[in-house]
Ligand binder design. Sequence first.
Ligand code: PD2
Ligand code: ZN
Length: 521
Amino acid sequence: MKNSLCLQACLLICLVCTNRSKVFTTIVDLEDLLETEALLIDTLDDYIKAHEKKLDFLKRYSKIYKNHYNEVSKNDQLYLENPVNAYIFFKRLMIDWEKVENLVANNHELEWWPRIKNIREIKKFPTNKDLNGAIVALTHLQDTYRLDTSSLARGKLNGVKYSSELSAADCFDLGIHFYKIADYYHTQLWMREADARLEREANETVNRSDILEYWAFSTYKQGDVSLALDVTNKLLEIQPTHHRALGNKLQYEYMLQKEGEKDDVEIETEMESDSYNGEIYTQLCRGEISLSMEKASKLKCFYLSGNNHFLKIAPFKVEEAHHKPDIIIFHDVLANSEIATIKRMALPKFKPAVFKNSNTSELEILPYRICKVAWLQDEEHKHISDVSQRVSDMTGLTMSTAEKLQVVSYGIGGHYEPHYDFSKSYFTDDDRTATVLFYMSDVKQGGATVFPNVQVSVWPKKGSAALWYNLHPSGDGDNMTLHGACPVLYGSKWISTKWIHYRGQEFLRPCTLEKSSEEFY
Ligand code: PD2
Ligand code: ZN
């Protein structure tokens, strides 16, 4: 009995011991497990936060895409003619959409990733060329008319609200585009604007430190070390340990301390064109240059009736814009009904002005001529043949060798950089002797036809026409006739052009040995 009691007591002790150790083990595990759980909670929270951030981004873009879609649907014809809109549209479908795709691509569990991939395969997307084209047009407009960056970002062209607004990220991405092509002048303009826009954004679309870093560096490359230092200091206020900013700060301070260090700064020179004086061209476009009093005082206005009986009753109203080369303006020479016919017939035939890339054999948009072009023949409508006859009456030249009527429509930013209408690069015995350019719309702002070598601007007026001779009577090209179409700043511009050829005019505009001679008027 004693033994059995003893055994029972032993068993009990063992049992208690075992339970104790179990309880002890459980307590230790629980602490570990709690730690594990806390870690899981943190990780899950981080994951949720990251997803919420992603979802916020996706929601924001979904909203942006919806608003944009509604806006474009209202007026899709005119929308892309505005380079601010074109930039926004192409950027949304390229740079922004790539960010959206990257976010979605990281969530492979979601079955709609293949759907998104599929859209890219079967649907049309803009290309880099489209985006670059829109940026070039925007920049051309900005530089020619000296538009300030902040108005442009607000969609305003010379005070007129014309397109959607750019976000800080849109401005930043524009800046990045210029940075990549080492155009530091435009980089700093757009980075500064991105920073200003960011201050007004409730949901920031881009990191301020990224903006400041590019802004500081491009400013330095432009030669303004002191501003580069200020901007770098702003960056260090946000990120005091930013190692590149710390290094640059030292360098800028060192450069500013030393007298004469300016020579070491790489100052970008303005792009220079070998063929024409860009500054005079843009000044003419802005209407800042006019003919000297001496030259202008010799110009006349007169009525011209020629041999035509009808013209004896209703002569042409002629105004001289320049002598040698003669640039003549004909007023009220095209009727509204004729303009309406030409526009109606050209519309379905319009194509962008293109050239064939000799390397790829592909048709590419001409960067220096942004417009839509169509050609109309005399036989297509009485109004078209009437226009040919009128050109013959205006010039006294034969139309038998003239080209078809070229109709051109320019949207906002549409332009044609200075060029010659005669052939400079290849030999021909049948060149464009004269150009008659009819204006078929008034242009609200911009769009002048300018002659940089003689400093003349002709402003479009619906129904009027400009005439000039590209060749001297000897058949040599007249270099003074270099001319261009300034970018349309607001509104649209329509012209039609008749090019009269050298061949066939032997008795009407006889060839002389002198290079130049007095013209007819
Ligand atoms: O649209 C014009 O003003 C213009 C100016 C210069 C058009 C052309 N040239 C052309 O088509 O050759
Ligand atoms: Zn031309």
